[in-house]
Design a protein around this ligand. Structure first.
Ligand code: FES
Ligand code: FES
Length: 159
């Protein structure tokens, strides 16, 4: 089996697996990146979202062969507990979540949004998060957290 080379959170890695293996399995089971969650496995819930060359994609439906040579960013690539990404901090500040299971995927989608649109309306935020389901019903606080991060970024806070 030819290893597939990709870049994950800035590091070159190679994965030796069936090319039809979902990227989610590679991230969690081979690379030990457990922040990306398995929810439905059917591209319906968004909790497995990662950035693939800057675009949010559901990693449960993305085959290893389709990400060869691509740049992947997972939740571990956003920030650390010591140095959280601004979005991670505003989610904490707004208490935007209960169980937190959906949040890695939501943070990835929110980051992609703010990277391309620093001043999203609430409607645009909701649309950008349309593929992410929060079963705890924290949607309003999640919207507030993204709005707060966008405002702070516009005011000059470091991403
Ligand atoms: S686990 Fe991938 S969309 Fe639900
Ligand atoms: S905080 Fe529990 S699913 Fe979103």
């Amino acid at each position: 089996m030819e290893p597939v080379h990709l870049i994950v959170n800035g590091n070159a890695v190679s994965a030796a697996a069936d090319p039809e293996t979902p990227l989610l399995d590679i991230l969690r089971n081979q690379l030990g990146l457990m922040g990306t969650k398995f929810g439905c496995g059917l591209e319906q819930c968004g909790c497995c979202m990662v950035l693939v060359d800057g675009i949010p994609e559901k990693s449960c439906g993305k085959l290893l062969s389709a990400v060869a040579g691509k740049e992947i960013v997972t939740i571990e690539g956003l920030g650390t507990p010591e140095r959280p990404h601004l979005l991670q901090q505003t989610f904490i500040d707004e208490q935007a979540g209960q169980c937190g299971y959906c949040l890695p995927g939501i943070l990835i989608s929110a980051k992609a949004l703010l990277d391309r649109n620093p001043s999203p309306s609430r409607k645009e935020i909701a649309e950008a998060l349309d593929d992410n389901i929060c079963r705890c019903g924290s949607h309003i606080r999640i919207l507030r957290a993204v709005e707060r991060a966008a405002r702070l970024m516009r005011e000059g806070a470091v991403r």
